[in-house]
Design a protein around this ligand. Structure first.
Ligand code: ADE
Ligand code: ZN
Length: 332
């Protein structure tokens, strides 16, 4: 089964590019850019990755992102992730970036987006990996600041397929960002949001009803509402679930308690994703392998999860067909 997991062509739909910053690159960039980081060795960094919840991770994640300064840094970060895609047989990826994490430190929006974009263009040229970019508003900041970011993004609109919402969830419900998401939708952006990662189902209802999301990022708390489960099933609204992340951030006590198999068996359009793989002990295949080892997933479950990743993506119907055929071919 592990061989099957490795050889299946996959899409990834929930990956924060800043969360793919490996400690080795963090050190290299810190030195090059003369940025102080609170670690002496790569080992030190790895030891610091012991989280109790989402916020304890975010504090470390934002501190790490400070080493990213030049366009080349964003290119190198993205290119390293693309090499992991190649390794894990990811043939399509939709990546998140957090513009405000960088613009708040004086790094221009243009520096960030162009560095990412150029690496993704090279990924297409060299490996045939297709991709798109989703910018996320940081929900711990104000809606006014999100509006400023939306304005800054307009000159680069052709490079950005959608907008999302991430960062500290509890206390920052989707309703706080209703107006800016309305404006983003008017601009033609696709809409996603992190909801129901740690917070209760009211956040998922708000993401659906107020932000009009096309996918829910995480959404594992949905299981607490029968009404919501029924709606997600009927409307086939995808959930981009991130198992390793949920375990590392203590959303579930351990892998055996993860509810992804229950969500899948209920008929939801569930996908598997790595979220912040450099922080959460592994990239996409490792997430699948951990699920398989702990949750008794069948071959059909794994193939369904992989097929869902293409079905839930923002690619054209034609490309979806082509990629789904590739999955079937890899099985024969
Ligand atoms: N930013 C990066 N990873 C995140 C996560 N899992 N939840 C919310 N914001 C994030
Ligand atoms: Zn996330």
């Amino acid at each position: 089964m592990i061989d099957l997991i490795k050889k299946l062509p996959k899409a990834e739909l929930h990956l924060h590019i800043e969360g793919s910053l490996e400690p080795e690159l963090m050190f290299k960039l810190a030195q090059k850019n003369s940025i102080e980081i609170p670690y002496n060795t790569v080992e030190d960094v790895k030891n610091a990755y012991d989280f109790s919840d989402l916020q304890s991770f975010l504090d470390i994640y934002y501190a790490g992102a400070k080493v990213l300064v030049t366009k080349q840094d964003f290119y190198d970060l993205t290119w390293e992730y693309i090499l992991k895609c190649k390794q894990d047989n990811i043939i399509h990826t939709e990546i998140f970036f957090d513009p405000q994490t960088h613009t708040a430190r004086g790094v221009a929006f243009e520096t960030v987006i162009l560095g990412i974009k150029e690496a993704l263009d090279d990924a297409k040229k060299k490996f045939g990996i297709s991709s798109s970019i989703i910018m996320c508003f940081l929900r711990h900041m104000s809606e006014d600041e999100a509006f400023k970011t939306l304005e800054e993004s307009i000159p680069f609109k052709k490079y950005i397929i959608g907008v999302g919402l991430d960062s500290s969830e509890i206390g920052h419900p989707p309703s706080k960002f209703e107006e800016v998401f309305k404006a983003a939708k008017k601009e033609g952006f696709k809409i996603v949001a992190h909801a129901g990662e740690e917070a209760d189902v009211s956040y998922i209802f708000e993401a659906l009803d107020l932000l009009k999301v096309q996918r829910i990022d995480h959404g594992v708390q949905s299981i607490k509402s029968k009404e919501l489960m029924q709606r997600l099933k009927e409307e086939q609204i995808p959930l981009t679930v991130c198992p390793n992340s949920n375990i590392e951030l203590k959303v579930f006590k351990n892998y055996k308690e993860h509810n992804i198999k229950k969500l899948l068996d209920f008929g939801l359009l569930v996908t598997v994703n790595s979220d912040d793989p450099a922080y959460f002990k592994g990239y996409l295949n490792q997430n699948f392998i951990n699920l398989y080892k702990n949750l008794d997933l069948s071959k059909d479950d794994i193939v369904n999860l992989v097929k869902n990743s293409f079905k839930a993506s923002f690619i054209s119907e034609e490309l979806k067909e082509k990629y789904l055929q590739k999955v079937d071919l890899s099985l024969s």
